[in-house]
Design a protein around this ligand. Structure first.
Ligand code: BTN
Length: 272
């Protein structure tokens, strides 16, 4: 395990430590030059080290994980980060972590670049209809010790690459901030703004149970509602028009026979 310290580059951990003004997230930060997967690393941290708000960042991942067991291509230049939450609120609202994560990231991108982002159910952030960021949420509900690990994969300063579309399972052309913005982004600053926004949403909406506000905000920025979509509900392929997000976060689809089908989001939930 190699810490990021190269002569030519400012130390990411020192820089982010200087910039970060959050009260609760990021009090403990692990930064690696290279890691198999920040998600695996965060999930494997012993309890004593995985305190609430712990953040794991790798400049490059060798075995980045996407949703549904897919590979996540993670070269240097992207933001590959996992945040550990130990929520005190109900298991029901935990499902909204992914929605608030996508919202926070979309807002942070707009704040820095002025580029409008849209959201695609359940948790992708798009620019010009192409995926720029995906979120992977692992939930472990072990007795009273609930743990959420939220993985953020943001194509920041990298060339365009392919990612897997979470709705259709197909490989699609993704985009990067660099490509859309036309320039490299200050990764440390971007990371700071994202962590700030996530902290804001976590404490102002999620922990206070304002899940409907999260859904409303999410819908305002949605790229899914009103469009034809192909979704997998487990292994079942659902084709139709996405008409709404229900108050529990499910996607409501109107099928071609006019019936309504509810598709529930599954994060990786483990009951210990
Ligand atoms: C998706 O499939 O859309 C979610 C991708 C999540 C990728 C991030 S990168 C940081 C963290 N570590 C991983 O191995 N995966 C997540």
């Amino acid at each position: 395990v190699v810490k990021l310290t190269t002569a030519s580059e400012p130390d990411f951990k020192t820089e982010i430590g200087k910039l970060l003004t959050t009260n609760r997230l990021g009090k403990s930060i692990h930064v690696f030059d290279e890691q198999d997967s920040t998600q695996d690393y965060a999930n494997a941290l012993p309890n004593i080290e995985s305190v609430h708000g712990t953040i794991v960042i790798a400049r490059k991942q060798k075995m980045g994980k996407g949703r549904m067991g897919r590979t996540w291509i993670s070269p240097k230049g992207g933001l590959w980060m996992s945040i550990i939450f130990r929520p005190e609120f109900s298991a029901k609202s935990i499902i909204f972590t992914q929605f608030m994560g996508a919202l926070a990231i979309a807002e942070a991108i707009t704040e820095i670049t002025n580029i409008r982002c849209t959201l695609k159910w359940p948790n992708d952030v798009l620019i010009n209809e192409k995926k720029v960021c995906g979120i992977l949420v692992d939930v472990n509900l072990e007795g009273k010790d609930k743990v959420i690990v939220m993985g953020v994969g943001l194509n920041a300063n990298i060339e365009t690459c392919l990612v897997n579309d979470n709705l259709t399972n197909d490989s699609i052309e993704a985009t990067s901030l660099k490509k859309e913005y036309g320039n490299d982004i200050d990764l440390v600053h971007l990371t700071k703004v994202i962590i700030d926004r996530i902290e804001y949403y976590y404490y102002d909406l999620l922990s206070t149970g304002k899940t409907l506000e999260i859904i409303d905000l999410w819908k305002k920025n949605s790229d899914t509602i009103g469009k034809r979509a192909v979704v997998y509900d487990g292994n079942e392929k659902v084709v139709g028009k996405a008409i709404d997000i229900d108050k529990d976060g499910s996607l409501l689809m109107r099928l071609d026979d006019a019936s309504i089908k509810r598709v529930t989001y599954y994060s990786n939930v483990t009951f210990g």
